[in-house]
Write a protein that binds this ligand. Sequence first.
Ligand SMILES: *Cc1c(COP(=O)(O)O)cnc(C)c1O
Length: 369
Amino acid sequence: MKIPFLDLISEYKNIKTEIDNAIHKVLDSGHYILGPDVKALEEEIAAYTEVKYAIGVASGTDALQLSLMALDLPKDAEIIVPSFTFIATVEVIILLGFKPVFVDVIEKTGNLNPALIEAAINEKTKAIIPVHLYGQCADMDKIKEIAKHYKLAIIEDSAQALGSRYKERSSCSSGDLACLSFYPTKNLGAFGEAGMILTNNEELAKKLYIIRAHGSAKKYQHTIIGVNSRLDTIQAAILRVKLKYLEEWNTLRREKAEVYNQLFKKAKTPVHLPYIAEGNEHIFHQYTLRVDKRDELQSYLQENSIPTGVHYPLPLHLQPVFENLGYHIGDFPISETLSNEVISLPMYPKIPLEHQKIIVNTINEFYKK
Ligand SMILES: *Cc1c(COP(=O)(O)O)cnc(C)c1O
């Protein structure tokens, strides 16, 4: 039996008529960049996340880059980021000439550890980018308190967390700006690249609409340096169809995560199950365990045709590309431990129970050997 890590084709086929109609409507309209569908998607996502303004952009990475551009930070600004995340979060900081300052994460969740932030702050620190890893929010109450005290901007990297909630707030509503990715494998995925920025700040929103279109609000009148990061109309039309199903899909993911949990508990499998921090509603973008002998387990599962993922196998402070930042092994011990222990199992809204049972049984076999 073939067990997929996720099943984008079936997800499409289940809503094929609606998606195809939406795409053809765009093709017939002759409007292929921005346009009414992008505006409608922006309004719908803003309403869904309880945020005032949404700015559709070309990717989640661009959402992060444009957010930093909109803040107009001084050239020598330092930005605090977790050492355990996807590279995009940090790449954009370097591209814009700022300095990333890594802070370690919490072992149970993999999210930024607020207790370690203050030690990383100095007079150059201007912003914090917490990442809501795997689909649950970082400890935003504590992070906000620190940001307020030191007058730092917060950009939430919500790329993995659209639809998750933190203490009754949406995952995108706790900071000054929040960034979404609609990469095809995200919980709300386009059929190509797409992203969005959310903010309650009118001034930032106005600036972002301009930045994404070559720094011009009026054709051929350029007031600031911008980029080309406009959202495709076709992607927006697809996302509008899928957004209607997102709550249902996220609920199914939560249910499937609970199925895994129960199967592992029943079998007393020696693994750490995903931990849900207080006040969080996790949307299980990834179902990620912490385990002993991770690499051996992953090979064993591979031999048994079970695909898995490792998010992420090398913490950012140890990436060759960041060598010149001067970090060393041992600087962020929790990130280093997690990078050796985490393993993500197949997870999508309609993963069959039969697959989950085979996966859990195969993991049990491995630990009994
Ligand atoms: C996916 C992702 C991004 C980047 O989004 P793209 O749309 O692929 O550019 C950024 N941060 C995190 C945490 C992500 O998971």
